[in-house]
Design a protein around this ligand. Sequence first.
Ligand code: CMP
Length: 140
Amino acid sequence: MAIERTLSIIKPDATRRNLTGKINALFEAGGLRIVAQRRIQLSRAQAEAFYAAHSARPFFGSLCAFMTSGPVVVQVLEGENAVARNREIMGATDPAKAADGTVRKQFAESIEANSAHGSDSLDNAKIEIAFFFAGVDIVG
Ligand code: CMP
């Protein structure tokens, strides 16, 4: 078992409904520690850069519009196998397919407004954490 860090984003549908604390409670109950956290308003350019890997997908424009529709909470989660653990806690991208008790099953409104983002690999976690945080911002 390895201690990892992963990038998490609590999305605008969740901040709008004041769900940051409830979602953070699920991360903490699931064994992850919030070692950095900041509430920000993404610009369109920042959203497009963050989701550049999805730029050819048909939902890219809508996704970037949604991600800039209100504040997000960007955070670094740390723990054993944090990348996979966080994805278990979030549940499937499509809330209709997410398991009971997961963030997306409980809170997501749609496949787009799905309340949380989490890095999909350790390599991407490193890139995504560096997108938002400097080393001195992360206190383990
Ligand atoms: P996220 O984990 O942030 O990564 C890409 C996001 O695109 C995804 O969550 C969803 O919010 C959004 N999205 C919108 N439509 C789709 C789709 N059809 N398939 C996958 N992701 C989608």
